[in-house]
Every structure is written in C-alpha cells, then in structure tokens.
Design a protein around this ligand. Structure first.
Ligand code: PMP
Length: 439
C-alpha cells in the first residue's frame, strides 16, 4: 500500500482502536449504496455510515446545495439575528414534525450533533419546569442501557456502564430496568410481553417524589444497546405515567428519526407523542454535522412566557442553524420527499424481515430482531471473549465487501433507505457465508 497515511496523529474515537491499527480499513470514496476503499474495492454500506446516510452517499442535490451555500453565505451567527435558510429549514421540518402537523412538535432548535441535541433537550426540560413554577424539578430519569451520546448530559442519563465507568461522580437516577432481550428472542414485530417494565417509572416517582423530576428520556427503540424493541404498549404507559405526574417525556430519535422505522419518526411509528424529540444523523444525511431538537408548543411557550420565565435559559451553539448545514438539510428533505424515503422502510420491512430471519439456525446465531429497516443479529459469545466473534465477523464481512456494525456480540444493520432488494440479499448472503465459516 503506497497511499496509506501515517496513522499516529489522528486520535480516534475510543472504540477498538488497537484492532484498527493492526488491520486498517480506509474508506476514500462513496456513491449511492457503496463505499470505495483506498485500494479501489467496493464496499456495500449496510450501516448508512453510522446510521446517518439515509438517502445514500454522494447525492448530487446535497453536493450542489452545499457548494452554492458556501459561496453565498458561509457562516452567519443566529444570536440576535438570523438568515433566511435557517427559518425555511425549520418550517420544512415543522411540516413533518414528530406527532403530526397539528399538535406535533413544531418548534425546532438546531444543534451540531446528537450529543448536543441531548444536552439541549435536558436543559430545555429543566428550564421549562422552572419557567412554569416547578423549579424543584431538576432530576432527569434515564433508562438502563439507554444511549444518549457522549456529552456530560448524555452520559449522566445514559445507562451503558462502559460510557460512565471513568466518571463515577456523575449523578444519575436511572430507571432500573432495561428492555428485556430474552423476551425479544426471534422477534417478528414488537414483543408482546414486558409492558410492566414501564411501571418502574412509578417506583422511581414514589422513591424521589414527582416534585423533583423534570423529565424521563428514552430511545423509543434502543439502538446502541443492541437494537432492543419496546414491548407493545410500553411507550404508551410511559407517556401516561409521565402525564399523571407532570413529568416531560423525551424521545431520543437520533437513530430512529428520518425514516429508519418506515415512518418519519419513531413517534409516528408507535403513535406516542413525547414533549421533546432529539435528532441528528439523517437530518442532513450525514453530509454536514447537525442536530435538531423538536419541542411541543407547550414546552416552547412555557419556557418563553411562563410565570417564572424571567431567568432566561442561556443556551445556543456557535453553529446552531449553520447555513451550510441547513442547505444540506433542505436538500436532504427534498430527496426524502421526492423519493418517498421516509416511508420506504415500511414498504421493504417484510422483505427485510424475511431476509434477516433466514439466518435463523446458522452457527452462533442467538437472536434476530428487526423493525423497519433496522436489523440486529445477536451472536453467542465465544467462550471468555464477549464481542470477539462479532468483531471477527465484521472484519471478514468488510474483506468480502460489506460494511456492518458490531457492538458487543450484536451485528447491527441499517442500510440506506434507497437499498434495493438484491442488495438486501447480498447483505444477508455475505453474513450467512461468514457465519458458516466463523470460529
Ligand atoms: N443519541 C442516540 C440514541 C444515539 O444513537 C447517538 C449516536 N449514535 C447519540 C445520541 C449521539 O449522537 P452524536 O454521536 O451525533 O453526538
């Protein structure tokens, strides 16, 4: 390899770096469903990059919109001023807002990433409670195995032990349950059992007092914990308990937003409307970093004009509503609309489900889960080395020209929403071949 860069100076995100340096995989190009690596090999993208490139790679409309915007207005602050494109992007987003046109969450706050969206939503929730005269409500409840990014806000409410281990001083009050994997075994659709897990919220309310709790945050479908589906009725029950006690409900839709489940948002899929929704990733098709928090009018208006709203929330990022990100986002929404991508997952869901479940019974397969265009194949651990087998499968699939994502023993799949049936067949057959020979 002559064109391989020096690998020393880029400080990689903290996952599996050592393994990477032993066998570097370097992507240098991308178009549609495929990456190209530096040796010129095609790699089918089974993960939409990192759950974000929902419309596929290198889309001309986005490329042109970004280039045009950079030439016209590269940056402008959105503090005490604005620029037209940030307003039009927010308006277009409001038209597809989680929860529908009327009563939906059509107030949009822009951030730079999913982690920033989570921080923003937590701050809005606490500030809202204060503004409506509920200043004692400062506690946020998250869920065991919840993943909400890597900011201090996100890890303080997150429940993945690895993300918090180094920071034991961070306060958190977790709901003590997790969505139950065993009950999900070989799920086809949502598991029927486990709704009682929502009652743990009642237990925590009784323990801490409703007057101390501002909000509860959950991923409607847990992504990073391994694609764990909520039991039927579980999210409805959370909504009901939260309402009963004046607690806000936050859905973290950084993964599920923008068509992943075959509806624009998981909020629409489950028919449960929270008070705040965090997004990023598919918002700009991954092309330019950006996140957005959708808020209900109740939350927006309460925070802005409630009886105790005199103490203003100081919150906003240099890059909130960045014009180039807005241009990328507007072009992305245009593609989603023209190609019907926000509902394409529903059209393909059955095909996807049948394809994935054809892997049932292959060596090492412990469980298969799917929803919309998300899939998870949970493998049995190799003795004494959790995650090692899945990592080997990842390396071998990549060698065969397929990008998958593994977390622990779980293979997570989330192809771009433009995926064709023959590409679904390829994804499944490469994984099948790999599993048949895996140690
Ligand atoms: N929330 C959820 C549910 C996520 O899956 C992620 C990232 N995968 C984040 C938040 C954090 O987003 P980011 O990496 O853009 O900060």
């Amino acid at each position: 390899r002559t064109n391989q860069p020096n690998l020393e100076n880029f400080w990689m995100p903290f996952t599996a770096n050592r393994q990477f340096k032993a066998a570097p995989r370097l992507l240098s190009g991308a178009k549609g469903m495929y990456y190209t690596d530096i040796d010129g090999n095609e790699v089918l993208d089974g993960t939409s990059g990192l759950w974000c490139v929902n419309a596929g790679h290198g889309r001309t409309q986005i490329v042109e919109a970004v280039a045009r915007q950079l030439g016209e207005l590269d940056f402008a602050p959105t503090f005490q001023m604005g620029h037209p494109i940030v307003f039009s992007f927010a308006e277009k987003l409001a038209a597809i807002a989680p929860g529908g046109k009327d009563g939906g969450l059509d107030r949009v706050f822009f951030t730079g990433s999913g982690s920033e969206s989570v921080d923003t939503a937590l701050k809005i929730a606490i500030a809202y409670q204060r503004a409506i005269g509920q200043g004692t409500r400062t506690r946020i409840i998250g869920r065991e195995k919840g993943y909400h990014g890597v900011g201090f806000g996100g890890i303080s409410v997150g429940g993945l032990v690895n993300n918090r281990r180094v920071f034991p001083q961070i306060p958190a009050d977790h709901m003590r349950h997790t969505l139950d994997m065993e009950r999900n075994a070989f799920s086809r659709g949502l598991p029927a059992h486990g709704i009682e897990l929502a009652e743990d919220l009642e237990r925590l309310v009784a323990l801490h007092g409703a007057e101390t709790i501002a909000a509860v945050i959950v991923e409607p479908m847990a992504g990073s914990a391994g694609v764990i589906l909520p039991p039927k009725g579980y999210l409805e029950r959370l909504r009901a308990i939260a309402d009963k006690h004046g607690i806000l409900l936050i859905f973290d839709e950084v993964i599920t937003g923008f068509g992943r489940l075959g509806t624009p948002f998981a909020t629409d899929y489950f028919g449960v409307t929270p008070d705040l929704v965090t997004t990023a990733k598919g918002l700009t098709n991954g092309a330019i970093p950006m996140g957005a928090v959708f808020a209900s009018r109740k939350v927006h208006d309460g925070l802005m004009t409630g009886p105790e709203s005199q103490i203003e929330l100081f919150h906003g990022y240099t890059y909130s509503g960045h014009p180039v990100a807005c241009a990328a986002g507007l072009a992305t929404l245009g593609i989603y609309a023209e190609e019907g991508l926000l509902t394409r997952g529903a059209e393909l869901a059955n095909y996807w489900q049948e394809a994935l479940h054809s892997l049932k019974g292959l060596p090492h397969v412990a469980d298969i889960r799917n929803l919309g265009l998300v899939g998870a194949i949970e493998l049995r651990s190799r003795d004494g080395a959790p995650g090692a087998r899945a990592y080997d499968v990842f390396v071998e699939c990549f060698r065969k020209g397929l990008l998958i994502r593994v977390t622990g023993d779980i293979i997570a799949l989330s192809p771009p929403l433009i995926v064709e049936k023959h590409q679904i067949d390829t994804i499944v057959s490469v994984i099948a071949d790999t599993l048949k020979t895996a140690a």
